[in-house]
Write a protein that binds this ligand. Sequence first.
Ligand SMILES: [Zn+2]
Length: 369
Amino acid sequence: MSTAAESEFAARLEGALQTARRYESGGLQAQARAALPLLTLRARAAASLLRGVLAPPGSEPPPESLHDAFVQELLRFFKSDFFIWVNNPPCCGCGDATSALGVRSPATEEERAGEAGRVEVFTCTAGCGAAHTCFPRFNHPGTLLQTRRGRCGEWANCFTLCCRAAGLRARYVLDWSDHVWTEIWSPGKRRWVHADSCEAAWDTPLLYEQGWGKKLSYVVAFSAECGAVDVSPRYSLNWREALTRRTAVSEPWLATALAHHAAAAHRALPAPRRAAAVARAGLEAAQLAAARNGGAVPAAAELPGRQSGAREWRAARGELGSATGGTAEQPGGAAASRPRPAGPQHTQQRATEALARALAKALSETRKP
Ligand SMILES: [Zn+2]
């Protein structure tokens, strides 16, 4: 017999898993590819790798691989040229500012087709006399490729689909303290890497706890290939404290539920992919076990408060953070920098090798008859 809390938790896991499974649709991926300038982004990634290799010693370390450079270009493109953040939508009559009136259930065919969970209703502050402006909170990632607007839910949903469409191994990450983002497997780093499309943030997993001041509890990553994985330790410096907030269900119940989802996901894979997925899961389990023991120091990029959304909205959510410009000193005094497996010189060498491989590949392709 499961308790009401367990049933609720299980339904949340299943719902997010369904969202993630949908990204495997060939039709949806084709729609996303048609909307993305993938060749341009690949060229930008190669250029960024080249700039990194040519940069003088002491510069920012370059991306470690063409893969990681591409993800960073996709993040930049998505935030600056593709998706729009919406606090209050502009008035549908005059385009002026609006104020919130309330929320209603989806009613129109379009709202239902786009799987709007709810529809926010706004009124014109200029009093132009136009009808109320409606903002349906769409959940269908195909609809989001068209509307290209929303808050973190819409951003992460559409961005994760775009990652899968671009051939990246990506997961949809749900944070029980009300945020959502993406994780991407980096073949070079041999680990899942945090990617937040709203902030164009890459590999800054402590951003939420240390920067925004979030009190994290459960953070779970979902994909058709992995099932559901409890990745909370990756996002918290103080695992013991985070554990005290995990009161919704018992830890053994959660571990069993997640093991069930992972096993089912692995079983559904063809044999060669299954072996690789199981190997990645084993590696990640060891990495998460190490993260539970803490010891990491946040990098400077993980210190600022939230950047996406109106200031009042961020303040109401308590996500402005304590650091103002990302310059806060860490306990211990020295300039904050998180220990990374690869030092700057090593990274430079990796980037040089990756660039050489990319150039050789491009050359061999141009020589083909
Ligand atoms: Zn108006």
